[in-house]
Ligand binder design. Structure first.
Ligand code: SAM
Length: 238
């Protein structure tokens, strides 16, 4: 039985909801085939601790967090799509579970961050990209013009982040515009600070976000309330 907030988003009585919960359990409230796109930045399983190593660890980041994928497939309608961020080291750990869940992988997207982390300065190319798998359920068609597979968007500067792995709203808006139409429903089962939901609502979509971490949920709800009304550009809202 969906919570009243989820029911309201499903029925179009409200645009966005951020739920606190385990997407593997609480995500079951979302009925089969009701979501148009799942857009998610799950824990990559790399024990990420932020650029300066002082930020607290992400929950469930010891192993690539792939367990939500069958649920993502279940809630998607036929013709819906999945965008799942990951990192070059763990790409293969995500590829097979995406396929086993039932999806057809169509692209590996590249997010060009402009500049990035340090890495090993003497023996590693300076890292400035992240990857995302784009996969579909059944027959999918882009709602507008065909998007390119490289997305250049500046990262949120560390001092302005409220989540250690916060995605820029301009990137999320670009992805949302590429794969959904206004009024469609987007689900982010690991929403962190709510970037997907804020960008979705700001671009006239409906969205449900979920996160296990109460602190992230509070931050995401605050952003949804105060930022989604603004136009989703990094200048105006971050
Ligand atoms: C990489 S972060 C997402 C950051 C987000 N893209 C943003 O812009 O803020 C992954 C999130 O997954 C959450 N998470 C981990 N296990 C979860 C679970 N079982 N259910 C829901 N969320 C979970 C973590 O708390 C973390 O905030």
């Amino acid at each position: 039985m969906p919570s009243s907030e989820i029911s309201d988003v499903l029925a179009g009585r409200r645009r966005g909801a951020i739920m606190q919960g385990d997407c593997l359990v609480d995500g079951r409230q979302i009925p089969d085939g009701t979501v148009d796109a799942v857009i998610v930045d799950p824990p990559f399983g790399i024990r990420y601790r932020g650029q300066n190593n002082r930020q607290r660890a992400l929950l469930n980041d010891e192993q690539p967090f792939v367990w939500f994928l069958p649920e993502a497939y279940r809630v998607l309608r036929p013709g819906g799509s999945l965008i799942c961020f990951c990192q070059w080291r763990v790409m293969e750990d995500f590829r097979r579970p995406i396929q086993l869940a039932g999806f057809r992988i169509m692209n590996c997207l590249i997010w060009d961050k402009g500049h990035g982390g340090m890495g090993h300065t003497g023996c590693q190319f300076a890292p400035r990209h992240e990857v995302a798998w784009f996969a579909i359920k059944g027959r999918f068609r882009f709602p507008g013009r065909r998007p390119a597979d490289v997305l250049p968007h500046r990262i949120v500067p560390p001092k302005r982040r409220i989540h250690s792995t916060q995605k820029p709203l301009s990137l999320m808006t670009d992805l949302i515009d590429s794969v959904t139409k206004p009024d469609e429903l987007i689900y982010d089962p690991c929403c962190g600070s709510g970037s997907t939901v804020v960008a979705a609502v700001a671009t006239g979509r409906r969205a449900i976000g979920m996160d296990l971490d109460a602190e992230h949920v509070a931050a995401a709800r605050h952003r949804l309330k105060h930022e989604a009304a603004n136009k989703a550009s990094d200048q105006s809202v971050e």
